[in-house]
Design a protein. Structure first.
Length: 320
């Protein structure tokens, strides 16, 4: 029987998107038998289910895992092509999770775990490539949460830009806009120090939350203002209508897909000042009927089996 070794990174300026989806894959692989090595930024501890490792700077230590029965999956924006060639020389089958065709990967399989994956132009890649909604990874805590029931009026609005976004000005601008319009912002920064710098009259501001609490909050709000990465997919599964702000180039595919298919309330770039007036306009014009219709479409967008699909695909391609 083959097993899986996963390399990922997280914390600090990287955020937690790579880490959370790799934890989900680890859980789905052969009843959790996969091993997850994570390189954490800023000395942050590794979460339960992961082992802290400086794998990027100590590749030679990975040789202890390299056997013909250990497959490798990498979810990180940091390794270059030479590093992947080194990994390929050690492991029989190497898989990469890619969000935006970052580099030319000298590996066996590239998976785009985004809803836009089938629209990605991977014609430059020499390895096999797949992608699409069936490979979108959702955390078990999100899957277990009760999906949103749309209320008649908007009262609470989630603000979440992911752990990598530490722009104090952006967070505070959104809080001020929402409170100025009479809404309560539920802000999750993913960072305790940043949370302490923000202020609001009626808003609730959190740093990093445990997955279960985060899922509960996400399922309790009326709408959201969110970055366009992994959080946008989780909000879609829960049926939360969302105003998406692209805060990084790796979010381009998701951001564009949700906007072009009228799945977002609106889509904006964080460095374009027009987003402020656009957000105000959306909140003013959204109706109960429009939110109900959009929520229904969002709930039917993704499947609960993304992690399992990825695991099955890896096993199938290796055996094939």
């Amino acid at each position: 029987m083959v097993d899986l070794l996963i390399l990922a990174d997280g914390g600090g300026g990287i955020g937690f998107g790579h880490l959370t989806r790799c934890l989900a894959i680890k859980s789905a692989w052969n009843n959790g038998s996969a091993r997850l090595l994570v390189q954490m930024e800023n000395g942050e501890p590794a979460p339960d289910g992961a082992e802290k490792s400086d794998w990027l700077n100590a590749a030679e230590k990975l040789k202890q895992f390299a056997t013909k029965n250990i497959l490798l999956l990498v979810d990180s924006y940091r390794p270059n092509a030479d590093y992947f060639r080194l990994l390929k020389s050690m492991f029989p089958f190497v898989v990469v999770l890619d969000d935006y065709n970052r580099i030319l990967y000298p590996v066996d399989l590239v998976i785009c775990p985004g809803i836009y994956g089938k629209e990605m132009d991977y014609s430059n890649q020499i390895s096999a490539t797949v992608g699409g909604a069936e490979y979108v990874i959702l955390r078990p805590e999100i899957l277990a949460a009760r999906q949103l029931e749309i209320r008649e009026t908007i009262e609470t609005i989630l603000v979440a830009f992911g752990g990598s976004q530490q722009d104090e000005i952006l967070f505070q601008q959104v809080i001020d806009i929402l409170e100025g319009a009479g809404y309560q912002a539920i802000v999750v920064t993913g960072n305790e120090l940043l949370a302490k710098k923000l202020h609001g009259k009626i808003s609730k501001i959190y740093g990093r939350l445990e997955p279960m609490k985060m899922a509960k909050i996400m399922a309790s709000v009326d709408v959201a203002v969110s970055a366009a990465g992994q959080t946008l997919n989780e909000l879609a599964w829960l049926g939360v209508p969302t105003f998406s702000i692209r805060t990084g180039i790796d979010q381009q595919g998701n951001w564009k897909y949700y906007n072009s298919h009228s799945l977002s309330l609106a889509a904006a770039l964080h460095d374009n000042k027009n987003w402020e007036s656009e957000l105000k306009m959306v909140l003013k014009n959204e109706t109960y009927k429009s939110r109900l219709e959009r929520s229904h479409r969002l709930k039917n967008l993704l499947t609960a089996k993304g992690s399992e699909e990825i695991c099955s695909l890896i096993d199938e391609r290796f055996e094939g």
